[in-house]
Design a protein around this ligand. Sequence first.
Ligand code: PLP
Length: 430
Amino acid sequence: MTSKHPETLALHAGWRRDSATNAVAVPIYQTTSFQFDSAEHAANLFGLKELGNIYTRIMNPTTDVLEKRIAAMEGGVAALGLASGQSASAFAVLNLARAGDNIVSSTDLYGGTWNLFANTLKDQGIEARFVDPTDPEAFARATDDRTRVYYAETLPNPKLIAFPIAEVAAIGRKFGIPLVMDNTAAPILVRPFDHGAAVVMYSTTKYIGGHGTSIGGIVVDGGNFDWEAHPLRQPALNTPDPSYHGAVWSQAVKPLGPIAYILKMRVTLLRDLGACMSPFNAFLFIQGVETLALRMREHSRNARAVADFLAARKEVTRVIHPAHHTGAAAERSAKYLPHGQGGLVGFEIVGGTEAGRRFINALQLFYHVANIGDSRSLAIHPGSTTHSQLTEAEQLATGVTPGYVRLSVGLEHIDDILADLSQALAAAAG
Ligand code: PLP
């Protein structure tokens, strides 16, 4: 498949037909194990002399199609499907950082990722140094000899300010540090590899699926990072791995292409921690990917219309949307999101927490859920739900004011979306 267009790759990359039956749709290979052709074949697979199916905890042909398809759409070389977005973020870091090492991460993160970095990885001896994403040089200042990874989200909510991918990736490349981008909120709209990121990860639970049926995650290797050039900075890929007969991944994997990072993740972390994607969920994500480009266009169009509508309402004091920023944040939107700004919109409602609750209770079309990226429109009032355990000062630091409402605008007809928002705003104003 030679196309560069995501619409075409989403339908064709990684699969033509089933070699056994000629089936056009990707089958669900719901099997734990795969029969080896011979003792030699088995030994070759285990020795990585040949790539092929062994056991579904480590690889599966249905998941393989999803991995190839998303890698192609991202402009990367290979990918690894995982059980959730959380496992994808954890693996993206654990693949390079060990106890005593650190990572530098943007402060503007999904709460689950924040907890993973600030608490669980800390307990494992890996320190996360959080820095302000509006200042790319902050990443350089927080770096020392034990920094292994830079980490950020392309379009973090609630602030919805695009991350300076190219600026931070360039700083990292000077040090030999890869930038891992969580692109969950902006598939299709942003391709972080085009801006110099080395690794992309997704919670496929969100837009990649779109149908809201399945939890999953994926890590994509850009194949664009010279691990070998930084042996001291990246020991995990440049020193013998005792768990694989002393393999040095940057060397051992060379004949297979620039896939050292992702292959090591598959055959060590996935082998040992077992957070694999089920073939059934991979099948459902493949159904989602087929329409991803169309959906992202439509989500972006509807969300923009919602943002413009809210900006004109007297019950709304502020609209948070990439097209409604000013100053440096607006420049970031123009640089990174010229073809659509995604489906998320935030706004502040007059009347604070109480008005926020009344607004949510009055919604009829929007679902009240903690998710984003569904084809259906979703809403939440973070101050009384996702962020309620934080103090007001902490809430403000993350960008959540008492009257802040987050919308994940879906694919319903825009007239129905605006009608629901309009009646709920009126109800909230009492
Ligand atoms: N990253 C982002 C930006 C998210 O919004 C989420 C989930 O909300 C995750 C990662 C974690 O993904 P999952 O819920 O699939 O584990």
